[in-house]
Ligand binder design. Structure first.
Ligand code: ZN
Ligand code: CU
Length: 483
């Protein structure tokens, strides 16, 4: 056999959760040709893995990389942790289709300032993606808030029937062009006025499209169970799987509620296709929301337009300097972003370990002082939570970041090491992999990553970027849902 690259003596994790097996892996033309012990193959390049682990490239199930895949196509925060595919367009906000007449409404500003929104239609986005050729593959959700921005004059009300029809047509055409589904961010003010009926009517575009419904739910605090019921109802009506984004019990009053939240998830999973994603930190991050300002919660500022030097400082420090209450200081910082240490570590671990849970970073690539999840999520799951805390086995941890998201998002021939599958691969040392990004020092690459291939192209090594980028747009294909 002739191949481009032969990786010898790797501990191969297939992505399905099976135990690792020592084998050689050959690939060419972007696809895996063979996996066998002592493979006889002629290769242009041979990599001696010497027992390191070889896994399918990680799929980041929850990102806000919509504009960074085009404007910073090296995608260093992701490729450096072994991520080879990102799902963009989460939480109701996608970079396309978007037509702006002013600054992007909250929280669309998480995707960057106005000049980064250059894609009035989804096909404009696909063209830009093709010419940027990012390091990672990209699959795209269409955001409800982005559609509302295009068709409503004010976002503090529900859409009219004709506005919904216009949004639905725009969603349908993006789905026909390969978008993987619809996302909502109903907790945010600019989507919160949308009634369930508005979302139901919009989600009709999903029927028969083999697409998914993902949601940053209407609330993650006291009424979380009601918000879950709303999400399940929308998925049921749209005959589509539901993915609950960054499942958590937010706010001190809700600590300890993860068993009842997961119980409600499990109950619904007996009759519907439902999954969720989770990041491995006891702190969330988004725009600075006055409703979430709580003097008992440590809040760190990630960016502020009104006061750029506030990035990296705590709201408490800033409020003390200014001799203001936390709430008044937060008002003065607007628009701004923040990290909220408002999640209980035990709840987070319980959700992370649940069999329905995929790993998703929810990293915010444009934040000046970002939450460390942007650079650290994958190595933290494998180092801290798998190796050290033993929340799950290594094959199960890898499954949560590979075959599970591939199957759920309809990414055919991704997320597994198998013949004919894409050669998206990460070679790493399970004994040393760890996150080095911290809340104090968040812009730091993972340790323990040896090599990362995307579509068969070596894109990153322990020495850094190789200068070759081979990511593609991944249109939704039909795959089998796996609970
Ligand atoms: Zn969100
Ligand atoms: Cu998000």
């Amino acid at each position: 056999m002739n191949c481009e690259t032969l990786i010898r003596n790797a501990n191969v994790l297939d992505g399905l959760g099976n135990a690792a097996e020592l084998a050689d892996v050959a690939f060419a033309g972007g696809s895996i040709l063979a996996i066998e012990p002592s493979l006889r193959a002629k290769a242009a390049k041979i990599v001696e893995a010497e027992g390191l682990s070889l896994a399918p490239g990680f799929i980041d199930a929850h990102t806000h990389d919509d504009t960074s895949v085009i404007d910073t196509p090296e995608m260093l925060p992701k490729i450096s942790q072994g991520v080879t595919t990102v799902i963009v367009g989460n939480c109701g906000i996608s970079a396309s289709p978007v037509r702006l007449e002013a600054d992007p409404p909250d929280p669309m500003n998480l995707l960057g300032s106005r000049e980064r929104f250059r894609y009035p239609s989804f096909s404009d986005y696909l063209k830009a993606l093709e010419s940027a050729r990012p390091s990672t593959n990209v699959a795209a959700l269409i955001g409800h808030t982005s559609l509302r921005n295009n068709h409503l004059d004010h976002l503090d009300r529900s859409a009219t029937d004709s506005e919904i029809a216009a949004m639905r047509a725009e969603l349908a055409s993006a789905l026909a062009a390969g978008a993987i589904g619809l996302s909502t961010g109903l907790a945010y003010a600019n989507a919160n006025a949308a009634t369930t009926e508005e979302v139901l009517a919009l989600a009709e575009a999903l029927i028969g499209a083999h697409a998914v419904y993902t949601t940053h739910m209407r609330t993650e605090t006291d009424a979380i169970l009601d918000a879950m019921v709303e999400a399940f109802r929308i998925g049921d009506y749209a005959q589509s799987p539901v993915i609950i984004s960054h499942l958590k019990c937010a706010g001190i009053a809700n600590w300890g509620r993860s068993p009842e939240v997961l119980h409600s998830l499990d109950l619904a999973r007996t009759t519907q296709q439902i999954g969720c994603d989770c990041y491995p930190y006891a702190a969330g991050s988004s725009t600075l929301d006055l409703k979430q300002v709580d003097e008992r919660v440590r809040i760190e500022i990630t960016w502020s337009t009104a006061c750029p030097e506030a990035a990296g400082r705590t709201l408490a420090q800033i409020a003390a300097d200014w001799k203001l209450s936390h709430l008044d200081a937060a008002r003065r910082l607007q628009p701004a972003g923040a990290i909220y240490h408002s999640i209980d570590e035990h709840d987070m671990r319980r959700i992370l370990a649940h069999p329905a849970t995929m790993i998703g970073s929810d990293g915010l690539p444009w934040d000046k002082h970002p939450h460390p999840r942007l650079w650290g999520t994958y190595s933290r799951v494998l180092g801290r939570y798998c190796r050290e805390e033993k929340l799950f086995s290594l094959p199960q941890a890898v499954r949560k970041m590979t075959s599970m998201p591939a199957q759920r998002f309809g990414l055919a021939h991704r997320g597994m090491i198998a013949e004919g599958y894409a050669a998206d691969l990460v070679l790493f040392d399970p004994a040393t992999i760890r996150d080095t990004a911290t809340f104090a020092d968040p812009i730091r690459p993972a340790a323990g990553i040896h090599s990362v291939w995307v579509n068969g192209t070596l894109s990153y090594t322990a020495q850094g970027l190789t200068g070759h980028r081979a990511g593609r747009f991944l249109p939704r294909e039909r795959t089998e849902w796996v609970q």
